[in-house]
Design a protein around this ligand. Structure first.
Ligand SMILES: [Zn+2]
Length: 424
């Protein structure tokens, strides 16, 4: 399962036709592709937790980036939600506790890494400021406790974490794809710097995933990648300047208009890389999903960081291919809605030969499967997986002042010059 935050069909489809996203196109051609409905609010921690639990936000308890009060509004100094705040098991808990090997890398709200039987978990953590200005978790190169389960995985990946440092060697890889921006463009320099943090985080998680897959492919293997969403937020005004009510400087358009498309190309290349680490890519069932689409937004606000947004919950995408998946191919015209984000975990349960409970908001996407597969796998229902699950507890912090530390780190590196916008 590969999660690609904010990947939009309308952007991806022409790129597939131009041969710029060959791996997702190939998945669609030997399987199926379409839209995945989502819900509001489309905040990443909320939706990705629903994807991983099959539950509505009020059921799983992750309601924003950081704690909200009884009125539903973010608390002034609320701590970022952490895995122990989740009120229900995630698919990695359910799979592991039922004897299925599971590998999970970089998922939202997965820190501290939970002790999952038969599990390998590599978590990600976003401090408050990250949630506010970048909407993504970067890598914590200076060490974070409880980053992995089993704990030894963390040491095994220390070279990759170090290489992911903001000014580490991944910078050259970023430059080769996206180039540099004119240092005189104050806002764009800022956005480029934050976009680099997201790139380094994703690239590091992809490399960790590949190393762990090479060691062993589990029954369920899942990774989260945030890049398409961050690219969309920062760079939509350059890709579609005619949609905005202000003038975007032509030299900035020509320099930055391709950033979103290159981000899509990049994640497609990473999908290809990940599949290549599998001993039998075509004999493995693959699911690629996004949590929502995106479009031009904040049309009257030239200085606002977000010129692409998704508050109105435009649908995400779903690609599936492999054994048992019906081959319907790349849709010629408008893609069909194939399911909802709530259906992902019920579907994975079915694929893992586990029973589906009645308290999940979605249902297994049996329409993706061949009639033969459906016949061989009748619907199996069972009791709730939440029974006996540990109680939720308040957010943990990796260490005292983690948020301040992250903020100062960004400032020292010149990533942060001003306070983040208050209205996100
Ligand atoms: Zn977003």
């Amino acid at each position: 399962v590969i999660g690609l935050d904010g990947l939009d069909w309308k952007v991806a489809r022409p790129l597939m036709d131009q041969g710029r996203m060959p791996h997702l196109k190939a998945l669609a051609e030997r399987g199926t592709a379409g839209l995945l409905e989502t819900f509001q609010p489309t905040f990443s921690p909320v939706v990705w937790t629903s994807i991983a639990t099959g539950m509505r936000p009020e059921q799983h308890g992750i309601l924003f980036f950081s704690q909200v009060g009884p009125d539903g509004k973010p608390l002034p100094n609320g701590l970022p939600y952490t895995s122990n705040c989740r009120k229900v098991p995630a698919i990695w808990n359910i799979a592991g506790e039922h004897g299925r090997e599971v590998l999970d890398v970089g998922w939202w709200v997965s820190w501290p890494a939970e002790a999952v039987p038969h599990g390998r978990i590599f978590a990600s953590y976003a401090a408050q400021i990250q949630g506010n200005i970048l909407w993504k978790a970067g890598v914590w190169t200076n060490g974070l406790s409880d980053l992995s389960f089993p704990p030894a995985l963390q040491d095994q990946m220390s070279d990759l974490l170090e290489a992911g440092a903001p000014q580490g060697p991944l910078g050259a890889e970023y430059d080769a794809r996206f180039g540099r921006v004119d240092p005189r463009w104050k806002m764009e320099v800022q956005w480029d710097k934050l976009f680099r943090v997201a790139f380094h985080g994703d690239r590091t998680h992809v490399r960790i995933m590949e190393r762990l897959l090479k060691e062993k492919v589990s029954a369920l293997n899942m990774i989260y990648i945030g890049l398409p969403d961050v690219a969309g937020h920062f760079f939509w005004r350059y890709r579609e300047p005619q949609a905005f009510h202000y003038k975007v400087a032509p030299e900035k358009i020509s320099r930055l208009k391709d950033h979103i498309d290159v981000a899509y190309e990049t994640v497609d290349a990473w999908v290809g890389e990940i599949l290549q680490t599998l001993p039998d890519p075509e004999g493995t069932r693959i699911l690629v999903i996004s949590d929502h689409g995106m479009h031009a937004a904040n049309l009257d606000r030239p200085n606002f960081p977000q010129s692409g947004a998704h508050e109105d919950a435009p649908p995400g995408v779903i690609f599936a291919a492999g054994p048992g998946i019906a081959v319907t191919g790349l849709p010629a015209g408008d893609p069909a809605v194939l399911g909802s984000v709530y259906d992902v975990t019920p579907t994975l349960l079915e694929w893992l030969d586990l029973k589906n409970p009645s308290d999940m908001a979605g249902k297994p996407l049996r329409g993706l499967m061949t009639p033969k597969w459906r016949e061989a796998h009748p619907i199996r229902t069972g009791p709730s997986y939440t029974r006996g699950f540990r109680a939720a507890t308040p957010p943990r912090v990796p260490r005292e002042d983690a948020n301040l530390e992250f903020k100062q780190g960004l400032e020292e590196l010149g990533y942060l010059e001003s306070s983040p916008p208050k209205d996100h």
